[in-house]
Design a binder for this molecule. Structure first.
Ligand code: KE4
Length: 425
């Protein structure tokens, strides 16, 4: 019995499914999850001392790798002054200034403790601001475990084959309209049908909880125009893509201005942080200024702020995004070239330091396309790569992440393993 197996056996008697977040349970790929005892740079060390090149990066936050010395130092310095004050503190102001400076659409920002809190606050704020109840989301987009958004969700919900959660009253679910991604006509029809009832449209601008899919040309601008026309709030959920695909997220890459932006992951530098930002006119509807209540004991705590500030400042140094994109392209090109040589049906969408592997003859543009990809072949690929020391996300519905801590040697080694393993499938 391995140490991880023993730990998992014990964990399952104490924690539902033995995990504190479902995607970690390997339910989709099968087998027993490994336990990590140490993480340094781009490497995870398992409880059984296997070293893994990490392409999950704790699901996105570790853009500077694990235990980055400057982030560790920032946390250590803050630690000696106390971990949480429950009062305003200077770190919050510096974090807010950084986010407002980096994210084009953000004029004001409220710190929370997770991506889920950010999206939950975003839809409550949109409903309070517009005084409308219905929301539009897209099949396969995952926005955390918010009641109104756990409908046709992606990520863990999709991995477990239960895109709709139990425990959500039908009366609430009925306020959520779920549409296929990349179909603007369907959005227009819904806005016309429920005229003046739609509070907001929320989406991942690059959906990365179904693998990784991209909006068709003109789709995001179309959503922007429709929201403006109908007085609905456009919410970009950039919890994953914020500071990942560029310093200003997708909205900076595509030059489209959402009304609200949900953020998380990278802004915590590995500690629990989320944020909601956007137009001051909308944000000022949040308590204590406005009528939309939102709160959090540990929101803006100095320890998490110090870690996040260090992480954001590191992103502004040198050619970080050029390096990350170069590594992403190297991996995607290596996998694609090998698949072509083998005549293997495979798609490898990539943007910057994010990519995913779909075993599919045709490009993947919607949730249905992603579902139709070859799950068995992905799962076999996942386990073979893991055996050889490369840790891909344990679900075909997740994105891979590269960090600035991935040295060229690790990327070259990973490319060899990722391509050799294709030849063995
Ligand atoms: P958290 O509440 O997990 O911090 O964030 C929720 C969330 C919101 N929006 C997007 C676009 C997200 O990707 C997420 C969380 N992402 C998943 C991985 N795909 C987190 C991993 C997990 O659930 O354990």
């Amino acid at each position: 019995m391995s140490i991880s197996s023993d730990l998992f056996t014990r964990a399952q008697t104490l924690i539902p499914g033995g995990v504190n977040s479902p995607v970690r349970a390997f339910r989709s790929v099968g087998g027993t999850p490994f336990f990590t005892k140490n993480a340094q740079g781009a490497t995870l060390t398992t409880a059984d001392d296997q070293e893994l090149i990490d392409f999950v990066c704790t699901w996105g936050p570790a853009i500077h790798g694990h235990n980055n010395p400057l982030i560790r130092e920032a946390i250590s310095d803050a630690l000696f002054k106390g971990t949480s004050f429950g009062t305003p503190n200077p770190y919050e102001v510096e974090m807010a200034e950084l986010i407002v400076d980096l994210v084009p659409s953000v004029e004001k920002v409220r710190m929370v403790n997770s991506g889920t809190e950010a999206t939950m606050t975003a839809i409550r704020l949109a409903r309070g601001y517009t005084q409308r109840n219905k929301i539009i989301k897209f099949a396969g987009c995952y926005h955390g475990h918010v009641d109104s958004l756990l409908i046709a969700a992606g990520s863990g919900a999709l991995t477990l084959g239960k895109p709709d959660s139990a425990g959500i009253p039908e009366s609430l679910a009925n306020e959520t309209i779920v549409l296929p991604f990349n179909d603007l006509a369907k959005v227009e029809q819904a806005l016309d049908l429920y005229i003046d009832q739609i509070a907001c449209i929320i989406l991942e601008p690059f959906p990365a909880n179904v693998g990784l899919i991209f909006p068709n040309e003109g789709y995001l601008q179309g959503l922007r125009d429709l929201c403006t026309k109908h007085g609905a709030v456009l919410i970009f959920d950039e919890v994953m893509t914020g500071f990942r695909v560029s310093a200003g997220g997708v909205q900076e890459r595509v030059n489209i201005t959402p009304d609200l932006t949900a953020l998380g992951k990278i802004i915590g530098g590995g500690l629990p942080v989320g944020a909601l930002g956007g137009k001051a006119e909308i944000m000022d509807h949040l308590a204590p200024l406005g009528p939309v209540y939102q709160a959090g004991t540990l929101s803006g705590n100095p320890l998490a702020m110090a870690a996040g500030i260090a992480a954001l400042k590191l992103l502004q140094s040198g050619d970080v995004y050029t390096r990350l994109n170069r590594m992403g392209e190297q991996i995607a090109n290596a996998i694609a070239a090998t698949a072509k040589e083998l005549g293997m049906p495979l798609q490898v969408p990539q943007v910057g330091s994010m990519f995913c592997v779909y075993f599919s003859e045709t490009p993947v543009n919607t949730l249905d396309d992603a579902i139709a990809t070859d799950t068995d072949r992905f799962n076999k690929y996942f386990h073979r790569c893991l055996e050889k020391g490369v840790y891909l996300p344990p679900s075909k519905y997740e994105a891979n992440f590269i960090s600035t801590a991935h040295e060229q040697g690790a990327i070259d080694q990973a490319c060899d393993i990722l391509t050799d393993t294709l030849r063995e499938l």
